[in-house]
Ligand binder design. Structure first.
Ligand code: TYD
Ligand code: MG
Length: 462
């Protein structure tokens, strides 16, 4: 067999006959790697074997029988919810995330739980030895029972053999970057290997009906082959996120054929594995001190679930005439824009000041409803006037310093009320819509940042 080579973008999987510096399809630089371009007779054979056993007679759609699929619950509530209410048989799920974020831990915990529920689980541990996995399983206090099998093989053909023998209902591949098909010449982890291996395993899962969980690494630049090139192939893509040095982890669905992509699951990495965080607001606010200037609480929305986070700002005269603006957990450009609005529209003197902004607890805010809270945190820090500790702030800010309405107001207010806040500053436009008046929380409508500042001045401390 004559081996030709092609160049493959390791980010998105696009191909080119010659090396190019910048990928035409995903705009990433220097991402092309030379790989063998052959039709892989062995993997083709495997695939045709699998396909030929499947039933491919066209049927009338209206006559297709659906028996309500039974779903497998892991019992880890946060995980089950994100996945859309349990794992669907014959479904393929990819769990992506930075190295060290806790992917192996979550799949191990899920696997142990499923095995205790009586399902036969095969865990393919390609990165860690069986002993390491056992140590981890003991540590996370998740005793597995007779149904939990673990194997170290990384050759896909061998994995298929194990699946044929064991007939598991759940197969976990940790990780898809280390497994390989021996007939493909490129290295494990390259686009061809990852794509072909995943395709073979996916087809097998569809045919035999087992749940397939695949772990995949992504780096900050998304440069390692994997999650990106697999997204279209699998049913569900979950991303596991979090700051490396913060113990909180967020599991988010990016694509889900069996549920919503709006749900998130919050976990805390403890010494005994990942623990569910049932009430994120409480944790994110737990270390909040008494009234200090620059501290503001906002009910942000993650998917369908609102939770409260604290935003802190510090404004100081800058040294050497070099102004700095730094934001953690909030878009740096958005902060610059809000600072410019404060300067220009409200005449606050921020031009020679350093502005620091921090979202407590390592949360990343993308919800525009946090704009007003950020603007007021900065203003409060500059003026050295605290925002009352019992008040939450909501609203998107426009370039004219106007406050715009936010989505899903009721659930946000409900969350603030639940945690004992007694006042909420919110966009006036939101008040136009009919809504049930909350019982314990006092609503203060504003239509501009100026008005919000004025209202805050006149609020007496309760
Ligand atoms: P791991 O699941 O190995 O990450 P990944 O598979 O995504 O690379 O988790 C790695 C980190 O989690 C590691 O730094 C140690 C930490 N950890 C705990 O703090 N407690 C635990 O019980 C476990 C199992 C891991
Ligand atoms: Mg791992």
């Amino acid at each position: 067999m004559k081996t030709k080579t092609i160049f493959v973008c390791q980010n998105c999987g696009a191909q080119s006959p010659r090396w190019v510096g910048k990928c035409q399809s995903c705009d990433s630089w220097n991402s092309y790697v030379e790989e063998a371009s052959v039709v892989y007779p062995e993997s083709e054979k495997l695939r045709t074997q699998i396909i030929s056993q499947a039933n491919h007679v066209p049927v009338l759609l209206k006559e297709v029988q659906i028996h309500q699929e039974k779903r497998f619950f892991t019992g880890i509530g946060e995980f089950d919810r994100v996945i859309g209410g349990g794992l669907v048989p014959a479904s393929v799920t990819l769990i992506g995330g930075d190295p060290g974020i806790g992917k192996s831990t979550i799949v191990l915990q899920a696997g142990c739980a499923l095995s205790r529920a009586g399902l036969r689980v095969l865990y393919v541990s390609g990165e860690e030895s069986i002993k390491q996995a056992k140590m981890r399983a003991d540590r996370v206090a998740q005793s597995a029972n007779e149904n939990f099998f673990i194997v170290n093989d990384i050759d896909v053909q061998l994995i298929i053999n194990h699946i044929s023998e064991l007939k598991p209902q759940v197969v976990i591949i940790d990780s898809i970057q280390v497994v390989f098909l021996s007939e493909i010449t490129s290295a494990p982890g390259s686009v061809s290997q990852v794509r072909e291996s995943a395709a073979v395993l996916t087809q097998l899962s569809k045919q035999r009906g087992f749940v397939l969980l695949m772990v995949g690494h992504v780096t900050k630049e998304g440069m390692i082959a994997g999650p990106r090139v697999l997204e279209h192939m699998v049913d569900t893509v979950l991303y596991f996120e979090g700051e490396r040095y913060s113990s909180y982890r967020v599991l988010r669905a990016n694509k889900n054929r069996f549920g919503s992509t709006n749900e998130i699951g919050v976990f805390e990495m403890a010494t005994n594995g990942l623990q569910e965080v049932l009430n994120p607001s409480q944790i994110f606010l737990s270390e909040r001190g008494q009234e200090t200037s620059g501290s503001v609480v906002v009910p942000i929305l993650e998917g369908t679930r609102p939770f409260l986070v604290e935003i802190q700002s510090l404004v100081a005269r800058s040294a050497f005439g070099m102004v700095r603006q730094k934001a953690e957990g909030f878009d740096q450009n958005r902060l610059a824009l809000l600072a410019a609005v404060l300067e220009k529209r409200l005449g606050l003197n921020l031009a020679d000041k350093d502005i620091f902004l921090n979202v407590v607890g390592g949360v990343k805010i993308i919800d525009p409803a946090a704009d007003l809270a950020v603007a007021l945190a900065v203003a409060s820090a500059l003026l050295d006037k605290p925002v009352p500790a019992d008040t939450v702030i909501l609203g998107e800010v426009g370039l004219g310093a106007e406050v715009r309405s936010v989505a899903q107001l009721a659930s946000r207010i409900n969350e603030a009320e639940k945690l004992g806040f007694s006042r909420c500053l919110l966009p006036r436009n939101n008040m136009k819509n009919k809504m049930e008046k909350p019982k314990q929380i006092h609503l203060v409508a504003v239509s501009s940042i100026r008005e919000a500042l004025d209202k805050l001045q006149t609020l007496e401390v309760v």
